[in-house]
Design a protein around this ligand. Structure first.
Ligand code: SMG
Ligand code: MG
Length: 361
């Protein structure tokens, strides 16, 4: 467990983040180590999981189960954990570490291992709720100047139409989207329809985290495409959402869906439906970010991901070469073995607040 402080607080409709306690998973076999990151927060605000629930299910259920097994592929990890309900973020920590370990031991990058086709991926930035509109517009222009290809604004009731209008004025033709993180209900449909005037790429998760039916009703009256985030917890939910017309696109977060197995499944379901996907973010440190880049190298990731430069959140990242956004708004996918990044072990030790070790055999 490491502690990292954000360079600037990040505020969404459900709360404000100043720092992250990040549970990392380091999985070792035959002297090779693989790394994963768990994107749960202190409180169950984005989803029902927390850092403490992740810790509990890993230590008391998942790890003891896995230590008794022979695991040949990440699908074996997913299959072993399938009988345990929920806890996707905790499961993802294990799948990610296993994937890194397995790819490293074969000497290939995760991108190669999963059939990724891009060596650079287009990126956008997610901008939080600010104290006033001019401060947000300043953030928008600063990030556009850094090359980001798409701007996403966090919205909530009272911080929506005027905000989007002002940003549209300052950024008239660029790719712009909004993310409500479940802050509205279907009773707000007429209000949300007014967002159609701003030519948004999408509105992300306007309604409840566990809803597909009200989103279907809302999408019927909205011209702006709905993108589901919180509601898509596995590939079956993605198939249902697309069949119902609850959304037109989906963001994939490996953490939210339990790891690579479901993330790849969602990618394929969306591709079969002709629905684009993009890679979401959970304020990851360099380890989670490297996994996101590998995933986003797949062909149907056709829209810019929430994969910002390390410096967007961290004064110092946990990897030796922080991620940078090039002037063309892309980030390179590491091509070394596994996640392809080197861990800054000294820094990691310095910010480690707790550690638990589990040994098999
Ligand atoms: O990693 O740049 C990032 C964050 C992107 O906005 C982002 N994530 O709902 O998409 C989302 C939010 C969830 C995190 S809120 C703490
Ligand atoms: Mg979102």
């Amino acid at each position: 467990m490491i502690r990292l402080t954000l360079v600037r607080p990040f505020e969404t409709s459900f709360g404000r983040t100043d720092a992250r306690l990040v549970p990392l998973v380091r999985m070792e076999a035959d002297g090779i180590a693989g790394w994963g990151e768990i994107v749960a927060d202190h409180e169950p605000l984005f989803s029902a999981e927390t850092i403490q629930t992740a810790r509990h299910v890993l230590a008391d259920c998942f790890v003891p189960d896995l230590l008794g097994r022979t695991l040949s592929s990440v699908a074996d990890v997913a299959a072993a954990l399938r009988r345990f309900k929920g806890h996707q973020m905790a499961k993802a920590g294990l799948e990610l570490a296993f994937m890194d370990l397995a790819a490293r031991s074969r000497g290939v990058s995760i991108r190669e291992a999963i059939g990724g086709t891009r060596d650079r991926v287009p990126v956008g930035v997610s901008l939080g709720i600010e104290r006033d509109i001019p401060s947000l517009v300043e953030q928008v222009l600063a990030h556009v100047a850094q090359g980001y290809q798409r701007i996403k604004l966090k919205i909530k009731p009272g911080w929506d139409l005027d905000v989007v209008g002002a940003v549209r004025e300052a950024y008239p033709t660029g790719l712009l989207s909004v993310d409500a993180n479940t802050a509205y209900t279907l009773a707000d449909a007429d209000h949300l329809r007014r967002l159609d005037a701003y030519d948004l790429l999408m509105i992300e998760q306007p309604l409840a985290h566990d809803d597909l039916v009200d989103h279907q009703a809302l999408q019927r009256v909205l011209r702006t495409p709905i993108c589901l985030d919180e509601s898509i917890v596995h590939a079956r939910a993605a198939a249902h959402a697309l069949a119902l017309g609850s959304c037109r696109l989906i963001n994939i977060k490996i953490g939210r869906v339990g790891g690579y197995t479901e993330a790849l499944g969602i990618h394929d379901v969306c591709q079969a439906h002709g629905a684009p996907v993009w890679c979401g973010g959970m304020l990851e440190c360099g380890i989670g970010r490297a996994h996101n880049l590998a995933l986003a190298s797949l062909p149907n990731f056709s829209l810019p991901g929430d994969i910002s430069a390390s410096k967007r959140y961290w004064a110092r990242d946990v990897i030796t070469k922080p991620f940078e956004v090039a002037a063309d708004g892309t980030v390179g996918v590491p091509d070394g073995p596994g996640i392809g990044v080197e861990i800054d072990e000294d820094f990691l030790d310095a910010i480690t607040v707790d550690r638990q070790v589990f040994t098999g055999r």
